[in-house]
Design a protein around this ligand. Structure first.
Ligand code: 5AD
Ligand code: FES
Length: 336
């Protein structure tokens, strides 16, 4: 896709008429990913976090949050339930919580793998190469670690206790270890220019990511960015479309944040290049506490509710649910 220059991307981010862009992305999605939508069940197993990212409601300085941790048995129980509902991918997500040792996390992964016929995706933050290696050996197939922004200065401002270089080196380590790797950004961060977004998309392409997750910035009242304006659905749809054009066969979810900024956000995203949706399967008693940003959808729903809600969305679009693991389309599966 030689046309995909920085200038071309910026042009589409600026245009008055993005409909052609959306249509092209939808066509490419159909050609490369078919009408199948992969569903991934997310278990948000801990909202403790050692980091202090300025945008995130789980940041350690936020004292106005009820913190929780699910124990190994609870996580396994949720995963088994999800398996019985037909989920073929289970995504384990948490803040960066050191209360879970690598031994403990490996036990969780391998016990799920023993009991449930599924792929496992981890989204648990920055870890050492050796930790990533052990988790992979325990049975983890995929890993999500957004780089959040490719603007190093903005990164430092928003993630004061992390560094862009170490985050990128984590992503490279995950790729080296043979994980199917996902990354992504937040759209509409304060201080993010269209040029930044263009560089973000070009970096995603360079990394040859298997999955790309993005969502609009949603200001959280208990963070330093509480007064910043929210990212928009329109800009998010443009970025999603450009990502699909840049990477025809990567998996792109219509994220919860897109569904939060607009009630039909996920439906629209699925028409702008997305081919994945990630229903929340966290036990309902914990869900409201995983408040990365406010007014998150799916709070208070029962385990099966998200599933039926998502099925309705998929059906209304004339698409169908994939029954396979939904491995990367640009790499051979490693562990099956
Ligand atoms: N608005 C939107 N997305 C956010 N994330 C964190 N805080 C916010 C927010 N306020 C995203 C980050 C993180 C993912 C789990 O959630 O990109 O990687
Ligand atoms: Fe969770 Fe609709 S996907 S309620």
């Amino acid at each position: 896709m030689d046309r995909l220059t920085r200038k071309y991307i910026i042009g589409w981010l600026n245009t008055d008429k993005p409909e052609d862009l959306f249509r092209t992305a939808d066509k490419i999605r159909k050609a490369y990913c078919t009408d199948k939508i992969h569903i991934r069940g997310i278990i948000e197993f801990s909202n403790h976090c050692k980091r202090d990212c300025l945008y995130c409601g789980l940041r350690k300085s936020n004292k106005n949050i009820t913190r929780y941790r699910m124990d190994e048995a609870e996580i396994l129980h949720s995963a088994v339930k999800a398996g019985n509902l037909g989920y073929k991918t289970i995504l384990l997500q948490s803040g960066e919580d050191e209360a879970y040792s690598i031994d403990r996390l490996c036990r969780v992964v391998s016990s799920i793998k023993k009991k449930v016929d599924c792929a496992i995706t981890l989204s648990i933050g920055e870890k050492s190469l050796d930790d990533y290696k052990r988790l992979k050996e325990a049975g983890a197939d995929r890993y999500l670690l957004r780089f959040e922004t490719s603007d190093e200065k903005l990164f430092k401002k928003l993630k004061p206790d992390s560094s862009y270089k170490s985050r990128l080196s984590c992503i490279e380590n995950l790729i080296k270890l043979g994980y199917q790797v996902g990354s992504g950004i937040i759209v509409g961060l304060p201080g993010q220019a269209f040029e930044t977004l263009a560089d973000d998309i070009l970096l995603m392409k360079k990394l040859e990511l298997d999955m790309i997750g993005i969502g609009p910035f949603l200001p959280h009242h208990n963070t330093p960015l509480c007064a910043a304006p929210s990212g928009t659905l329109d800009l998010t749809l443009r970025v999603l479309s450009l990502i699909r054009i840049a990477m025809p066969d990567t998996h792109i979810p219509a994220t919860t944040a897109v569904g939060t900024v607009d009630a039909t956000g996920r439906q629209q995203a699925l028409k702008c290049g997305c081919n994945v949706i990630m229903p929340n399967i966290t036990p309902s008693k914990y869900r409201k506490f995983y408040e990365i940003y406010p007014d998150k959808i799916c709070i208070g729903e029962k385990l099966s509710d998200c599933r039926s809600c998502v099925e309705k969305i998929i059906k209304s679009l004339g698409r169908n649910i994939s029954k396979d693991y939904g491995h990367s389309l640009n790499k051979k599966p490693q562990t099956f």
